[in-house]
Design a protein around this ligand. Structure first.
Ligand code: WTA
Length: 637
């Protein structure tokens, strides 16, 4: 029996038990057998929840790109590593082999070096889903620079906040990007952002759309000519196991985004391990994850996890609705995709369309279907299972987070029996616990509580960039000696987990994590707004949508409501991005508050969900009368 590849349910339990009883032996064996190291570790794990501090494979030396690229050159040089499918189906797909990827990454690494990027420097990456995005990440890793990818749908203000937080030295971007039938001026957004950031020395620009764009002398450079001159060899920087690999921002309960820091060895081992098992990846497979590399799913399961396994991974530049709603299925047929990994919001959107869009295509190549980012509702699960998997491909409902680095709770296809809406069982090495309100662990089955993880795992984020106190306070202070996820979950009679959703002020809209605080901050900057509170409410396609309760200043009261609604959404688009726009905006005379002045979001959530029959005890509120006023004017369409 190999620890690395779980083949049946009995093996899963055996391996799981071993991973809990002897975590160091377990991870030590996985690491030793399946990766290349320049030097072995002194200890597999050292940790202290009180600091909190976690060190995996301390003393080991490696470079993750040797594991993702170089070691495959002996056996898989001509195998496609990255299969690029462009936005426009008429543009040919690109098959980038491991040999070509190696050259492209080394060239890019040499360009970064020639522009003064050194080990430990932060490089901001603001690119569409084109091969240069993956190449830039790997090039950073090659020379030990820390990449910080910002999803290219974020606004210039959001980009600037992230560049400043990590004091990035460079931005890598493109002239523009394609999104369905639209072209977006990415470079213009970068120019606006960089104007507010002192740390940026260089902006490297990939040519994608060919629009004429201004280039600032001394700062902006086209990438192509630099690549042409660069050498195809670049010795990898030899990294310590715990050297930083990347920063990736996630939304939090307060205004500032959290720069989650992931380090090298543990992240590599865990993402590779979970990729292999959760997708049951085999050598000839064609794996497709539709996420954007701007999110953790893309980092771990488009780039690092698949490449560490020598897989063929598809990068898709387009959207599911362009040129029509059959695009995903057209791509599955065209490339004979074997594993398909997407988000429930995409499934729900496509399920609304005519089934002809699906049935036109041959989907018989599919073996595994995946879901990620939010709870998948039963209806969407069945649609996916019936129409895409034809009831033959198991659905892996994978629960995890930016902070966890890799998938934590998920079925293993053809191993774990699946049940709709259940993420089922923890991966080896993962020890979930459900906690009650007093902070005690709830043992036994048929229970629900706050989901925590009570033992370290290799790919956990090690800190929040520049703010270790916030890391401790957010994740390690609510419960003793464990990591708090911010999610609620239940455990059923057989021990399967079902994630019930966030228990904090983060709302998942279309699979994107949105902290309500930064949105409120953006709204409150509007001159007519006095105060605001944002909550989520159920939405057919997006899972959740945002509802804003907004108090206007006196002069705002004279303004046209519709104009104000537009301006407020415009304000949000500028500060964060269109993904954070509000679906409903209600202007209210006041917000329900506790005597200590805290907004009672629980009540607002119920009002927004049209579930006002049982609001609980509101008599302790400072202003209970406001609740009825709000209910009287609630917006339901
Ligand atoms: C939610 C995405 C239910 C959850 C990988 C988590 C899920 C947050 C699932 C993290 C799932 C993710 N079922 N909920 N299968 N997967 N979530 O950081 O609330 O973008 O805390 O990472 O998404 O979102 P993030």
């Amino acid at each position: 029996m190999s620890n690395y590849h779980i083949k049946n349910f009995e093996e899963y339990f055996q391996i799981y038990r071993k991973s809990v009883r002897e975590p160091e032996n377990f991870w030590g064996e996985v690491a030793e057998e399946h990766f290349v190291w320049r030097k072995k570790w002194n200890s597999v794990l050292q940790y202290d929840f009180s600091k909190p501090e976690f060190k995996w494979f301390e003393g080991a030396k490696l470079n993750i790109t040797e594991n993702c690229i170089d070691r495959h050159l002996m056996t898989r040089a001509d195998k496609t590593a990255i299969l690029f499918e462009p936005n426009d189906p008429a543009e040919p797909a690109q098959h980038i082999t491991y040999a070509e990827l190696s050259k492209r990454v080394n060239k890019m690494a040499n360009v970064l070096k020639s522009q003064g990027v050194k080990k430990g420097d932060r490089v901001c990456v603001y690119l569409p889903m084109i091969p240069e995005l993956a190449v830039t990440l790997l090039a950073c890793a090659r020379i030990g620079a820390i990449h910080s990818v910002v999803f290219a749908g974020f606004s210039s203000t959001a980009l600037a906040t992230r560049i400043k937080d990590a004091s990035c030295k460079m931005v890598v971007t493109s002239d523009g990007s394609y999104r369905g039938s639209k072209t977006i001026d990415l470079k213009g957004i970068v120019d606006e952002a960089v104007a507010q950031c002192d740390s940026i020395e260089t902006v490297l620009v990939v040519k994608r759309t060919g629009e004429a764009i201004p280039m600032e002398e001394g700062r902006d450079q086209w990438l192509e000519p630099l690549l042409d001159e660069a050498s195809t060899t670049c010795e990898p920087e030899i990294m310590d196991a715990e050297d930083p690999l990347f920063i990736l921002y996630t939304s939090g309960s307060t205004g500032r985004p959290k720069g989650m820091l992931h380090t090298t060895a543990g992240y590599m081992v865990y993402t590779a391990y979970t990729f292999k098992n959760i997708f049951q990846y085999k050598e000839e497979d064609i794996y497709w994850c539709t996420a954007d590399i701007g999110w953790i799913t893309g980092h771990s399961y488009i780039v690092y996890g698949p490449l560490a396994n020598g897989a063929t991974t598809i990068m898709f530049e387009g959207v599911p609705s362009y040129p029509d709603f059959g695009r995903f299925w057209e791509v599955v047929e065209k490339h004979r995709v074997t594993q398909f990994y997407t988000a429930p919001t995409a499934i729900r959107a496509l399920a609304k369309e005519n089934l002809d869009y699906v049935n036109k295509y041959d989907l018989t190549s599919l073996k595994v279907l995946g879901s990620v980012g939010e709870p998948i509702n039963e209806e969407a699960w069945h649609w996916y299972n019936d129409n895409i998997g034809k009831q033959k491909s198991p659905i892996v409902d994978t629960w995890w987070q930016t902070e966890t680095g890799g998938i934590m709770i998920s079925p293993i296809p053809y191993v774990t029996p699946t049940i709709p809406t259940y993420a089922t069982l923890p991966m080896p090495g993962i020890q979930p616990a459900l906690m009650d309100e007093r902070g005690e662990e709830i043992k036994g089955n048929l229970v629900n509580g706050s989901l925590c993880i009570k033992f370290p795992w290799p790919s956990m984020a090690r800190t929040i960039w520049g703010d270790h106190d916030r890391y401790r306070d957010t994740y390690f202070s609510a419960f003793n000696n464990c990591y708090f996820t911010g999610d609620g979950a239940l455990r059923d009679a057989v021990g399967y987990y079902r994630i019930t959703g966030r228990v904090d002020d983060v709302v998942i809209v279309s699979g994107h994590n949105l902290g309500t605080a930064p949105i409120e901050d953006a709204i409150n900057e509007h001159p007519a707004v006095a105060e605001s509170a944002i909550v989520g409410f159920p939405h057919d396609i997006k899972g959740n949508a945002l509802y804003g309760f907004i108090i206007l200043k006196e002069f705002g009261e004279t303004r046209l409501r519709e104009n104000l609604r537009k301006e407020i959404n415009q304000q949000i688009t500028e500060h964060i991005g269109p993904i954070a726009k509000l679906d409903r905006i209600q202007f209210v005379p006041g917000l329900p508050k506790t005597r200590s002045g805290k907004i009672m979001r629980r009540i607002l959530r119920k009002i927004a969900s049209n579930d006002t029959s049982n609001l609980g005890d509101i008599s302790t509120l400072l202003n209970p009368e406001v609740v009825e006023q709000i209910i009287a004017e609630v917006i339901l369409e």
